[in-house]
Each structure stands twice: as structure tokens, then as C-alpha cells.
Design a protein around this ligand. Structure first.
Ligand code: PLP
Length: 382
């Protein structure tokens, strides 16, 4: 199997696994029970991981809150800010191409009496800064816009958004799950106040994530959504997943080290695949921004193809039609629909995501398999 679905999840890097194992067996203490050495060992590991993750994003370690993943981080950020700042206003701004973890959290707030503006995007999947400025009202308390889209790889104009939200005193949250460890990020330079991350999108384990919560200039506050014990500065109660967190820390360190070299390699893969598909097949269109994008993502639509029926034929190839979270439904991708090219383009989208262990040989083989399958299906459809 050639696995090209790294935007859905990544394998655990062997170096990450190596760091995790002792915390299941030898150092199994509870990081909150520090009256003894086992607890201290666990706490030390958690604090080390906090430093590693903070370092990757230009934050301070006390600004990192551990969670069960980016879904939980998004929920804490959005529901937590809404509750904490409700007296100031009840208006939130997001975009139509967000991950369901953000969209469903916003929908929940609408049921609770908040109003939400869903910004549309341009043909590349970017929100327009003028739309954002026009949507802000004196009641706006939160802007939540994802850093990199999980389906089409487009990067948002985060710096411009951060400049506006900071000037207006509005909290800025970004779901950076696809971007952290893949593109350089500095939360101070970008004026990010809250940022969601997930270990399993960057060669760490599943079920571990983090939320960056800015503590200085300005100090940002989020109300908890779960109660019990007051762990993680009261923002996320519950016994910490020490092995997972230790692994997350290592994955952050590794991703920082390997980022530049990996993105260069991924660009070669992307270029090769685009040239191969466009050279052999009529009607190949790139979804997402041509340059302002994740290095490890390629999303194309192919004329006269139903990507769902194409992909089931590809027994040796793991690619996807879009988001793993919505692929259980037959609805066309809400992200590709938002680009404004119509349903056919959304139904014919194929997402490929390169990873740390992907080789050029695999990309070449994947290209052969895809071209062959697409040509067969296109012949049938004519
Ligand atoms: C994967 C993903 C999530 C969900 O992360 P989990 O850790 O699996 O909960 C949220 N947002 C984006 C953009 C993602 O890609």
C-alpha cells in the first residue's frame, strides 16, 4: 500500500515511539501526583514536552495547554472564549471552509444565542481581508480562521488577520492543525492569541493535542468546558496522557528540525505529480492556492471523474476525496464547493498528502496507478 493520506493522519515516527514507551511501563506515574518520584518523572516529561512544543511555535511553555486533540482544542478555544467574553459581545467571525470541529462549535454557539458570520472564500480558498474588516462589529469577540486548510492546503492570510484583530482588541484563534510542524510559525509575529494543534498530524500519536493560550500582551482567558481537578491551569481538567504528551513533544522537536528539508522534498513530489497528471490527462485542475499552500498537500479535480468511484478501485493507493471527517457522507466537500466552481468539480476532487517516509519511487508508482485508472474511467464515461 502506498499511503498518500498524510493530511488525514501520519504514522508515529519511530523516534517518537521510542520516547513514549517508557512512560507506559517504567515511568507510569501521574503527572499530578508529585508526592513521589514516579509522579515527578511524569511531570518532568510533560514539562519537557511543553517546552518542545512552545519552542516550535515561538511561545512560552506556560502558554501550552494539553488536550485530547485539535477537536477538543477548537472546542475549548471557541466555547471558552464565548463564555469568558460574552459580556463584551456575542458575535463571532469564522469562514465557510473551516474544519467541522470549528464549524460545529460555532453552530453550538448559535443555539446559545451568539451570532456567527461565516466569511466566504475566493477561488483559491482564502478569505478576503476586506470582507473580514466589513464583518467586524463592536460586538465581535472572536475571529477563528484556520491556518492551513486540511483539504486543499491553502494557507490563510494569518498575518493580516492578526494585525486587524490585535488593533481592534478581538481574540484571534487559528486551527493550525495542518500547519504546525509543516510550515514555520511564530505566534508573536502573527499576533495569534489561541492556536489548536494535534500530535497525529505531525508524526505523533493520536488522541493528544494542545491549545496555545496567550498569557501576555494581551492575556487571553478561556472558560473551561470540562470540570474536575483543575489541571492545565483550570482550562482542561483530567489526568494527562503522559506517554502521548512525551511523544507529542518529540514529534514537535523532530518536525522543527526536518521542516525545511521535508518541504523541499514535498515540492518535488508535488511538481512531479502535477506534471504527470497534466501531461497524460485532459481537464486536470488544481484546487487551492498555487503557491501559498502547505508543501505536503495536493488536491486536484479531474473532468468526467467521480473521485469516490475512482478511489475505491485503487487497491494499492491510499488517497482521499477530501476530509476524513466528512467522507462518511455523500455530500460534496464543503471546502471545494466554497471555491465556487460547482458540484462537478467537488465530486471529482482527489487529495494527496506526502509524508516523512514517502519516497520518489512511491510517487512515481502512484502517478502510474492514477493515470491508468483515470484513463479507464474517462473512457467509460465518454
Ligand atoms: C485533523 C484536524 C482536526 C482534528 O484533529 P483531531 O486531533 O483529530 O481531533 C481539526 N482541524 C484540522 C484542520 C484538522 O486537520
Amino acid at each position: 500500500m502506498i499511503y498518500l493520506d498524510h493530511n488525514s493522519t501520519t504514522p508515529v515516527d519511530p523516534h517518537v515511539l521510542e520516547v513514549m514507551i517508557p512512560f507506559f511501563t517504567t515511568y507510569y506515574g501521574n503527572a499530578a501526583s508529585i508526592d513521589h518520584d514516579p509522579g515527578h518523572e511524569a511531570q518532568r516529561a510533560v514539562e519537557h514536552a511543553r517546552t518542545q512544543i512552545a519552542h516550535l511555535i515561538g511561545a512560552k511553555s506556560e502558554e501550552i495547554i494539553f488536550t485530547s486533540g485539535a477537536t477538543e482544542s477548537d472546542n475549548i478555544a471557541i466555547l471558552g472564549v464565548a463564555e469568558r467574553y460574552a459580556e463584551k459581545g456575542k458575535h463571532i467571525i469564522t469562514s465557510v471552509t473551516e474544519h467541522k470541529a470549528v464549524l460545529d462549535s460555532c453552530a453550538q454557539l448559535e443555539k446559545r444565542g451568539f451570532s456567527v458570520t461565516y466569511l466566504s472564500v475566493d477561488e483559491y480558498g482564502q478569505v478576503r481581508i476586506t470582507d473580514l474588516e466589513a464583518a467586524i462589529t463592536p460586538q465581535t469577540i472572536l475571529v477563528t480562521i484556520m491556518y492551513a486548510n486540511n483539504e486543499i492546503g491553502t494557507l490563510a492570510p494569518i498575518k493580516e488577520i492578526g494585525r486587524i484583530t490585535r488593533a481592534k482588541g478581538i481574540v484571534f484563534h487559528t486551527d493550525a492543525t495542518q500547519a504546525v510542524g509543516h510550515v514555520p510559525i511564530n505566534v508573536d509575529e502573527l499576533n495569534i492569541d489561541l492556536m489548536s494543534m494535534s500530535a497525529h498530524k505531525m508524526y505523533g500519536p493520536k488522541g493528544v493535542g494542545a491549545l496555545f493560550v496567550r498569557r501576555r500582551t494581551p492575556r487571553v482567558k478561556v472558560a473551561p468546558i470540562m470540570f474536575g481537578g483543575g489541571h492545565e491551569k483550570g482550562m482542561r481538567s483530567g489526568t494527562l496522557n503522559v506517554p502521548g504528551i512525551a511523544g507529542f513533544g518529540k514529534s514537535a522537536e523532530l518536525s522543527g528540525k526536518l521542516m525545511a528539508e521535508e518541504s523541499k522534498r514535498y515540492q518535488e513530489f508535488t511538481q512531479y505529480m502535477v506534471n504527470t497528471l497534466m501531461g497524460a490527462i485532459e481537464g486536470v485542475r488544481l484546487n487551492g492556492h498555487p503557491t501559498v499552500r502547505l508543501p505536503n498537500n495536493l488536491n486536484v479535480s479531474i473532468a468526467n471523474i467521480e473521485s469516490k468511484s475512482l478511489i475505491v478501485q485503487l487497491k494499492e493507493l491510499a488517497v482521499s476525496t477530501g476530509s476524513a471527517c466528512t467522507s462518511a457522507s455523500v455530500e460534496p466537500s464543503h471546502v471545494i464547493m466554497a471555491l465556487g466552481f460547482g458540484e462537478a468539480r467537488a465530486h471529482s476532487a482527489i487529495r494527496m498528502g506526502w509524508g516523512r517516509f514517502t519516497t520518489m519511487q512511491e510517487v512515481i508508482r502512484a502517478g502510474e496507478i492514477l493515470v491508468d485508472a483515470i484513463q479507464r474511467v474517462q473512457k467509460l464515461n465518454i
